[in-house]
Ligand binder design. Structure first.
Ligand code: ADP
Length: 479
C-alpha cells in the first residue's frame, strides 16, 4: 500500500461552504499584533537556589521563546520532567501571567517567516517574558536545526543577544533521548548525518549540510565556534574555560557537542547565569537544577480526559509516514486529503468531517495529507511550496475545529506548522503541559471556545518524533 493511499474512498462532494474565511480571522490575532506590557528592567541573572526562594508571586524563572508550536511543547515537556511547572502560551500573551509557574514557553510560528518578521516576534516575546521577571531566556528551535536559507536561528539568536546586551551564547540541537546527537559540530539523527536523515527533503526547511558550525555561520554576523565533546566530557569548569577562550577570540555563538544526556547535564551548570541560551529542547534538562528545582510527579498532572478521539497529520517526515502507515495497517479508519483537490475549489474540509462523523464513536480516526517526498514534490511543482503548505494547513485547521465541534476532546496533531495552524484555529491561548507520550511529545490540556467547559486534550507531535504506533498508543496513555 502506498503511504499516501487512502484507506477510504474519496470524500463525497458537498455544497456546504468551507471554514476558510473564519480561519483567517483567527489567524490574524498574531503574536506581533498583541501588545505586551511595558518592559521592566530585567534582573541580572545570577542563578542559584536562592532565586527560587526570593521569587515574587507570578515572577518566572525561565522565559522561553520557541519558533514553532510542537517545539514549544517539546521544550515544555522536558522542563516539566525536570520538575518545573510550565505553561505554554500560544503567541505573545496580551496580559501578565495569571498563574504561578516556574517557566513560560511562548510558542511562535516563526521558523519559516522572513527573518525580519521572525526577529520582531521574538523581541516581542522577549519583552513580555522580561516583564514577567524571567531571569534567563531560552530560544528554542528544532532538534534537526530546521532553517531556511536566511535563518532564522542565527538572525533571531543575534537579535536576542543584542536586546539582552550579551556577547555570547551557545547553540545545540542535541537531544539524545530522541536520537539527536552532535559530535564535532555535526548533527546526527539516529545513525546518520542530518543531511541523510530525510530532512534533506523537508517541504519547507530542507537541511543539506550536517555541519552546524557552517550552517549557523552562514546565518550570523558574529563568529561561530565549537565546544567539542572532549571539553563537554570534562564538565562545568572546562566548559566555562572554553567559553572564556572563545569569547576572547571574538566568538559570539558556539555549537556545543552532546552525545548523551550526561553531556547535557554537565553542560547545564556551565549555563547558570548566561542571559541567553539557544538550543533544541535537550539543553533544557540541565537548567531547572540551576534554580534549585528537582523532578516532581505533580508537575505533569492534567484534568481527566473525556470525549471522542482523532488524529490530524500534515507532517511528511519519514517518521510520520511510518506512523500513518502503521495506523492504516492496524485497520483503523484513515482518510487522505489532497492539495490539488483543495486548489481546485473542492470543499475537502467539509467532506472529511462528513466522512469522520459516523466513525468517531468507534475510536480514533486519522485525517492526513502526509505523503512521501516524491508525492510532495509533485504537488509542490504544481502549486508552489508555500501555497501547497498553506492550503493544507488551512484545511487541516478547519477540520480540527470541525472535529472538536463534533465532540472530539482528545486530538493528536502531527507536524509543527500543522499544529500551529490547528491551535490558532481552535483559538487556544495557553496550554498546561502534562505527561509524556514519547520523548518530546506530552499530552497537554487547553481551554478552547470550540469546546467550552472541560476543555480539550491535545498532543502536538513534531514531524520526526514518536514511535511507529504513536497514533494508536497516544490514546492509551491518557486517563
Ligand atoms: P514537520 O513537523 O514534519 O516539519 P510541518 O507541519 O511543520 O511538519 O510541515 C509540513 C508542511 O508540509 C506543512 O506546511 C504542510 O501543509 C505541508 N504538506 C503536508 N502535506 C503535504 C503534501 N502532501 N504535499 C505538499 N505539502 C504538504
Amino acid at each position: 500500500m502506498k503511504k499516501n493511499q487512502r484507506s477510504a474512498g474519496p470524500p463525497q462532494a458537498s455544497s456546504a461552504p468551507s471554514g476558510g474565511s473564519a480561519l483567517h480571522e483567527v489567524k490574524s490575532v498574531g503574536a506581533s499584533e498583541r501588545s505586551a506590557g511595558p518592559p521592566q528592567a530585567s534582573s541580572a541573572p545570577s542563578g542559584g537556589s536562592a532565586l527560587h526562594e526570593v521569587k515574587s508571586v507570578g515572577a518566572i524563572l525561565l522565559g522561553c521563546i520557541a519558533d514553532d508550536f510542537t517545539g514549544a511543547t517539546d521544550l515544555a515537556n522536558n522542563l516539566v520532567r525536570a520538575g518545573m511547572r510550565v505553561v505554554q502560551a500560544i503567541g505573545v500573551p496580551a496580559q501578565a501571567l495569571g498563574t504561578e509557574v516556574d517557566a513560560v514557553v511562548v510558542a511562535l510560528k516563526s521558523r519559516t517567516l522572513p527573518k525580519e518578521e521572525a526577529i520582531a516576534q521574538a523581541l516581542d516575546a522577549l519583552r513580555w517574558l522580561q516583564a514577567q521577571g524571567a531571569q534567563q531566556i531560552y530560544f528554542k528551535y528544532c532538534s534537526t536545526f530546521d532553517s531556511t536559507a536566511q535563518g532564522n536561528i542565527g538572525p533571531v539568536g543575534e537579535a536576542l543577544m543584542d536586546a539582552l546586551a550579551t556577547d555570547f551564547t551557545i547553540a545545540t540541537p542535541a537531544f539524545p533521548d530522541n536520537q539527536r546527537t552532535v559530535f564535532k559540530g555535526y548533527l546526527f539523527v539516529g545513525d546518520v548525518l542530518l543531511n541523510q536523515s530525510g530532512m534533506q527533503n523537508h517541504p519547507l526547511t530542507p537541511m543539506t549540510d550536517a555541519n552546524l558550525v557552517r550552517v549557523l555561520q552562514a546565518q550570523c554576523s558574529r563568529q561561530v565556534g565549537l565546544i567539542d565533546y572532549k571539553v563537554v566530557a570534562q564538565g562545568e569548569a572546562a566548559i566555562r574555560t572554553r567559553i572564556a577562550q572563545l569569547r576572547a577570540q571574538g566568538v559570539g555563538l558556539a555549537i556545543v557537542d552532546a552525545i548523551s544526556n550526561d553531556d547535557l547535564l554537565r553542560l547545564g551548570p556551565a549555563l547558570k547565569g548566561m542571559p541567553l541560551v539557544t538550543g533544541g529542547s535537550g539543553v533544557a534538562i540541565g537548567l531547572p537544577a540551576n534554580f534549585g528545582i528537582a523532578p516532581s510527579e505533580t508537575a505533569s498532572a492534567l484534568p481527566a480526559a473525556t470525549g471522542l478521539q482523532a488524529v490530524l497529520s500534515g507532517s511528511c517526515s519519514l517518521a510520520t509516514n511510518r506512523q500513518v502507515l502503521a495506523f492504516i495497517q492496524a485497520g483503523r479508519p484513515a482518510l487522505g486529503i489532497d492539495a490539488l483537490q483543495i486548489a481546485a475549489g473542492i470543499d475537502v474540509a467539509t467532506q472529511a468531517l462528513a466522512w469522520a462523523e459516523p466513525l468517531l464513536s468507534q475510536g480514533p480516526v486519522l485525517i492526513y495529507s502526509t505523503a512521501d517526498s516524491s508525492a510532495v514534490k509533485a504537488v509542490q511543482g504544481q502549486l508552489g511550496v508555500a501555497e501547497a503548505g498553506a492550503i493544507l494547513e488551512r484545511t487541516l485547521a478547519a477540520i480540527a475545529r470541525g472535529l472538536v465541534t463534533l465532540g472530539v476532546r482528545q486530538l493528536v496533531v502531527a507536524g509543527g506548522e500543522t499544529s500551529g495552524a490547528c491551535v490558532q484555529a481552535l483559538n487556544i491561548m495557553q496550554m498546561k503541559i502534562g505527561p509524556q507520550i514519547d520523548p518530546g511529545v506530552p499530552w497537554c490540556h487547553a481551554q478552547t471556545n470550540a469546546a467550552p467547559g472541560a476543555g480539550l486534550h491535545l498532543a502536538l507531535k513534531s514531524g520526526n518524533f514518536g514511535a511507529d504506533d504513536f497514533f494508536s498508543k497516544a490514546f492509551t496513555g491518557l486517563v
